[in-house]
Design a protein around this ligand. Structure first.
Ligand code: SF4
Length: 328
């Protein structure tokens, strides 16, 4: 299983899933931040729109269907929903409009969390008082642990996300590899880097080698990025988080520390806790590697990139989107 949306996209783009089909069946995991955002969280953002709150988020999240439409549809109906590329862009906006209340829906993994940490520091520094953070940031190692703890798990080895490993280093993956006695390979993103990682994975699988091989050694250091880890430690604590298809996973989220609760959207809007919804599509099974995109009965019929039924078809890092793009 590759646990990185960028890997999913690249493996499909370079045709490597097909090239390696006779040696290994490569399945995609929960590595796309848009795809793992739960239905409950989408519905909470839709609720905030109805309260007149401005929402900032990354583009793809706007197209994910909640129980009553998407953020993009809300915007078409007049809600104030804004797409951003860099979280720091928000500060200037909010400074110019001090009477507007806004929530930044922060999705992403260990790679994006340091950017959000930077935004929190900037909010503190700038004295902006009308911006709240709804942290949907997630940690990859607890998700891998949840997948491998499933008694029906059929995963033999893990292709680890190179970008996440750049931040957290090799150690969290070493612990998981030892605990579950499976080979892990940290991979880069070019065709050459992926082939190198896949060859190593095949060798480890066929020889029964357990452990972590860092095939992205040019970028990933054993200890990760001390600077990014320091920022994460300063602003966040771990919390349980809900993942689409994987339910609530212990300690798999980044929650703002108590010192920053004044800008935590969950403190400002405690009613959000009351909104819980069930996932309304089979994407959860795809994210667990138990359903191939083409085997979903909606794939290419009622679900396509123009009209996605689930998040895996929305994001370019989603496995359904990648399969649709490169195989149909
Ligand atoms: Fe979800 Fe659509 Fe993929 Fe089916 S084809 S799993 S509905 S995104």
């Amino acid at each position: 299983m590759e646990v990185c949306g960028t890997h999913t996209h690249a493996l499909m783009q370079f045709g490597l899933k097909d090239v390696y089909r006779d040696k290994m069946r490569l399945v995609s995991g929960p590595g796309c931040p848009v795809c793992v955002t739960s239905q409950s969280d989408i519905d909470r953002l839709l609720y905030l729109c109805d309260q007149g709150v401005r929402i900032y988020t990354f583009g793809d999240l706007m197209k994910v269907p909640g129980s009553f439409g998407t953020l993009r549809e809300k915007r078409a109906l007049g809600a104030d929903v804004r797409e951003i590329y860099n979280p720091l862009e928000i500060i200037e906006d909010m400074r110019k409009q001090p009477t507007t209340i806004a929530v930044f829906a922060a999705i992403g993994f260990e790679t994006t969390a340091p950017l959000v940490a930077e935004l929190i520091a900037e909010i503190e520094k700038s004295g902006v008082k009308n911006l709240y953070i709804y942290s949907l940031l997630k940690r990859i190692p607890p998700a891998i642990e949840a997948l491998l703890s499933d008694p029906d798990c059929e995963i033999d080895g893990l292709l680890c996300p190179g970008h996440v490993a750049t931040v957290i280093g090799e150690t969290p993956f070493v612990k998981l590899s030892e605990k579950f006695e499976k080979p892990f390979v940290i991979a880069g993103f070019t065709a050459e880097q992926l082939i190198f990682a896949l060859e190593k994975m095949y060798e480890m699988l066929t020889k029964g080698i357990i452990g972590v091989f860092n095939a992205y050694y040019s970028t990933v250091k054993k200890e990760g990025s001390p600077l990014a880890l320091k920022a994460l430690k300063k602003f966040f604590e771990t919390s349980d988080a809900e993942w689409r298809g994987l339910s609530v996973i212990k300690d798999s989220g980044f929650m703002l520390k108590k010192e920053y609760s004044v800008i935590n959207a969950l403190q400002k809007y405690p009613q959000l806790y009351k909104i819980t919804s069930k996932d309304n599509c089979p994407c959860g099974q795809v994210l667990k590697g138990k359903l191939e995109p083409e085997d979903c009965s909606y794939f290419g019929v009622s679900c396509n990139p123009e009209n996605p039924l689930g998040p895996c078809m929305v994001s370019s890092e989603g496995s359904c989107h990648a399969v649709f793009l490169y195989r149909t």
